[in-house]
Design a protein around this ligand. Structure first.
Ligand code: 5GP
Ligand code: MN
Length: 342
């Protein structure tokens, strides 16, 4: 008998299964600046649906990071939806059109990064599979459990409810989700059930060693150079560590906007910091804010307040620049949160 890792509402689970079983060509969307959980969970669902004889389309507005290139099916991602797989409508009569939208690991509709378009997809059912506490239940069916350590756990339940046995490839995808979202099984929500889940995925043939080495223990040279530049600007005050990376420096290193530098997780290791924040300037003048909090501190509400979202321990948002304006706007909230607990 296996341990149930995620407490899923059976009625919602049944509705999700029904939607997927009815669909011939679901469009499955991962969030921008994709991480291991959104990509791993999406590719796991894709495989399960392929095994069921369906033709899923997987989409992400940004390229998939090189470190995730080992994932089975990763090359099938598209960054926009070609006309010929536009939804079936009375006007187009496409028989190959997408007939369901699935949003994976995102807390609001904006997080599809523009892949979801009201005019093209508004008439289709929308299934949301997510674990963010800031999730606003934007779907018709919301398989949302903020107590789950990763969307991958919810995806495992869904895949098994679809009658698919988790094989080697699906296990590797799901392992990637749980290992990356718990930063290598180090977050507060790493419960015995999570460890049992990891064991079960390894038993199913998931490539644990590759997942750990490629997602946690591999940083590109240019990524490391960018860390160096940002570390030069590192500041620490009243339990808050923060730094900035201006666009000019990013351009010099050839770092593109969509690259997730993994810098926030690195900053979160500063012993004196209860909260750490990185401010990355983007080409369009906006600033990507990425926050990490130690257990007992909460950055989800700050991100939500600023139009973003996330979890208590890891959250982010995008706000107008320049860097100095963005940091002056965010840091007062962060100092407030850090101070309340100290
Ligand atoms: P990161 O700081 O690594 O970009 O993201 C940390 C967490 O916050 C992830 O769970 C991510 O999905 C979420 N997050 C980051 N940026 C945004 C944003 O702009 N909007 C929303 N809703 N969530 C975000
Ligand atoms: Mn996640």
């Amino acid at each position: 008998m296996r341990t149930s890792e995620a407490m899923m509402n059976p009625i919602v689970l049944n509705k999700a299964v029904h939607l997927l079983k009815q669909s011939k060509r679901p469009l499955i969307i991962s969030h921008p600046r994709p991480d291991g959980d959104t990509i791993g969970s999406t590719l796991a669902l894709r495989l399960a649906l392929v095994y069921l004889g369906k033709s899923p389309v997987v989409a992400c507005v940004h390229p998939i990071p090189e470190m995730l290139s080992y994932l089975p099916g990763v090359k099938t991602f598209v960054s926009s939806i070609p006309e010929d797989i536009d939804p079936v409508t009375p006007a187009t009569q496409h028989t190959s059109g997408v007939d369901l939208v699935v949003a994976v690991d995102m807390s609001d509709l904006e997080r599809t990064g523009g892949i979801y378009q009201e005019t093209r997809h508004g008439q289709l059912s929308l299934l949301v599979i997510d674990h963010h506490e800031t999730n606003d239940e934007f779907g018709d069916v919301n398989l949302v459990d903020p107590t789950a350590a990763a969307t991958a756990l919810l995806m495992a339940e869904l895949i098994e409810a679809l009658g698919i046995t988790i094989d080697t490839d699906i296990a590797t995808c799901l392992l990637t989700g749980i290992i990356t979202d718990t930063r290598g099984l180090r977050t507060t929500n790493t419960t015995p059930a999570v460890l049992s889940f990891v064991a079960r995925m390894i038993e199913a043939g998931g490539d644990y060693l590759s997942v750990v080495q490629k997602t946690l223990d591999s940083v590109t040279y240019w990524q490391m150079r960018a860390w160096g530049i940002a570390l030069n600007r590192l500041q620490l005050h009243n339990g808050v560590a923060w730094t900035t990376l201006p666009i000019a420096e990013k351009q010099q290193l050839g770092i593109e906007d969509h690259a997730d530098l993994g810098f926030s997780n690195f900053l979160s290791r500063i012993a004196e910091a209860n909260i750490s924040v990185s401010f990355l300037e983007m080409n369009d003048g906006t600033v990507k804010v990425s926050m990490r909090a130690r257990p007992g501190y909460n950055v989800a509400w700050i991100a939500k307040e600023l139009g973003g979202g996330g979890h208590r321990q890891a959250a982010g948002c995008s706000i107008p620049g320049p860097l100095s304006v963005a940091s002056e706007r965010v840091l007062p909230y962060v100092f407030q949160e850090a101070q309340e607990k100290s």
